[in-house]
Design a protein around this ligand. Structure first.
Ligand code: KG4
Ligand code: ZN
Length: 316
């Protein structure tokens, strides 16, 4: 819940990590069934913790996309119905814009224009933000997202889900340069990414190792984290130079990565990121993005609005 003068006044996260971890990734059918069970009680609890009731809200924001349709539909239908029941606007929020705007919840608010590196489990892109809602994609992943590369390789190493934090933890015990993985697409011009080849590189390293003991796992984890972080760093530096904009925002689940945060500090730029707790998916960032749209008079109509694919460039 977000209040214009008080900021975030209550928030809760129900994690489905336990539900999905044995599959090493999100299973849409299980996710949406669990959403149906958990969402309304969680909303009621969050409103109660703010000492408010539903009819005191000015608007209800929901994630309209991009994402898995079965899961999006549960939130969208519920938000639309709740908003209707108390006659307030419902606000359709773009998931990646919400990640980007979460940076404005940190004490050091970046001024526009800025370059944003949006790195989550489903998306990796470099975006130029010139105004609220005005985003130009400078480059994006042609295949797997950075978070997906962490998740898939963690699975190969027999580590838990989500893979990013597991790899980062393991990498702390790794010895540098025992393994070296490629920095995909950094040796040619452009700002696109490709992370799917890292899976194969890790697979080959695993096969070549006589024993996948903890030290080998840590060495591979370190090499993988280094490859992903270096690739992201090189592309950020290129975007900053090409666009001549020296403000960078990191957002999305992978922006919680400490090695990435540390590395981007070396850039000749003013670097901003959301507080760690607001990097990975959370309801507060959706509430905040909804609030920003509502105060600009942007709310959705009565239709339940959901788009599995929705470019951040085409936000109204
Ligand atoms: O934004 P997010 O919570 O969900 C999506 O919108 O996808 O991002 C989740 C992704 C996962 O792939 C997870 O492995 C990654 O973010 N992640 C991390 C870290 N924490 C989460 N990756 C690297 N280092 C981390 N500390
Ligand atoms: Zn996300």
């Amino acid at each position: 819940m977000y209040d214009t003068s008080l900021g975030i006044i209550s928030q809760n996260i129900y994690s489905q990590v336990d539900l999905h971890s044995k599959y090493g990734g999100v299973v849409p059918e299980l996710a949406s069934r669990d959403h149906i069970r958990k969402t309304l009680p969680l909303i009621n609890q969050t409103i109660a913790e703010a000492d408010l009731s539903l009819d005191q809200l000015d608007g209800i924001a929901y994630t309209a996309g991009p994402g898995l349709t079965p899961a999006l539909l549960v939130g969208a239908t519920l938000a639309r119905a709740l908003a209707w029941s108390v006659n307030v606007p419902a606000i359709a929020v773009h998931h990646m814009e919400a990640h980007l705007l979460a940076t404005l919840l940190s004490p050091s608010k970046p001024q526009l224009p800025f370059i944003a590196l949006l790195v989550s489990g489903g998306h990796t892109m470099l975006v130029k933000a010139t105004d609220f809602g005005k985003y130009e994609i400078l480059g994006e992943s042609l295949d797997d997202a950075a978070g997906e590369a962490f998740d898939k390789t963690a699975k190969l190493l027999g580590l838990g889900y989500p893979g990013g934090p597991e790899i980062a933890r393991m990498a702390q015990h790794g010895t540098p340069d025992v393994f070296t993985f490629p920095r995909p697409m950094t040796d040619r011009p452009g700002l696109d990414f490709s992370f799917s080849g890292l899976k194969t590189a890790v697979q080959t390293a695993v096969k070549a190792s006589s024993e996948l003991d903890n030290q080998t796992r840590a060495d591979i984890a370190l090499a993988l984290e280094e490859a992903i972080v270096s690739t992201l760093y090189i592309k950020c530096r290129r975007a900053i130079e090409e666009q001549n904009i020296s403000r960078l925002v990191l957002a999305g689940g992978v922006a919680a990565n400490q090695r990435l945060r540390k590395r981007t500090k070396l850039l000749d730029a003013d670097v901003h990121y959301p507080p760690i707790s607001l990097c990975t998916d959370n309801g507060a960032m959706i509430a905040y993005a909804g609030h920003e749209r509502l105060r600009r008079g942007m709310s959705a109509d009565l239709v339940v609005n959901c788009q599995a694919r929705w470019s951040i460039e085409s936000i109204e």
